[in-house]
Ligand binder design. Sequence first.
Ligand code: ZN
Length: 240
Amino acid sequence: MGQPIRITVWNEFVHEKRDEEIRRVYPDGIHSVIADLFKDRDGYTVRTATLDEPAHGLTAEVLESTDVLFWWGHIAHDKVADEVVDAVVNRVLTGMGLVVLHSGHFSKPFKKLMGTTCNLKWREADDNERLWVVNPSHPIAKGIGQYIELDREEMYGEFFDIPTPDETVFISWFKGGEVFRSGCTFRRGLGKIFYFRPGHEAFPTYRNPEIQTVLLNAANWAAPEDMAPLAFGRVEPHQK
Ligand code: ZN
């Protein structure tokens, strides 16, 4: 086995401290449930980072030694400092993988990397959700059957204002009739980005074993491979 994949799980960690009902679902924060997936698992090292830490826990040193960054945010997107956003975006361009979760669609790093509003429709109404696998040979869908069923989730509906994804892995159907591109991949510079829709803070979605399989697959897929550094600028001809 090669070098372990170095995971950093970032969470704004606001709902869980503020709201008793959400604390009951994620007593130690959403980040700790996601981090637990990688803890004690061969082939990974994992740490967490949250908004309240200096540099939101994402210092240059942390980012430099991160292969895949998970990002969960919702009500505090505007509290994330622009310098940190720039550092995250630049690190993606040099090869760090980024897995953006649920309401992270409106996070500053995701919007900057997409270049669109990333807006969508939503409804907090306990709809059941069926995430259909529409790209069954994709590594992120490995081990998942035809679909993942979630009994209760927040609805996100199209149109989702993102650039056309490189690949669409999941399309969700909701009881109310909406559909949504729930698993989308993008490449920016050397970095691979996966957006994954489920994970509203009021539901225990990240404890679902199939959702956990997708998160593991996403880390494996987004991890940087051996890549030659990018070369730019004026060059001499290779042959005369
Ligand atoms: Zn939500």
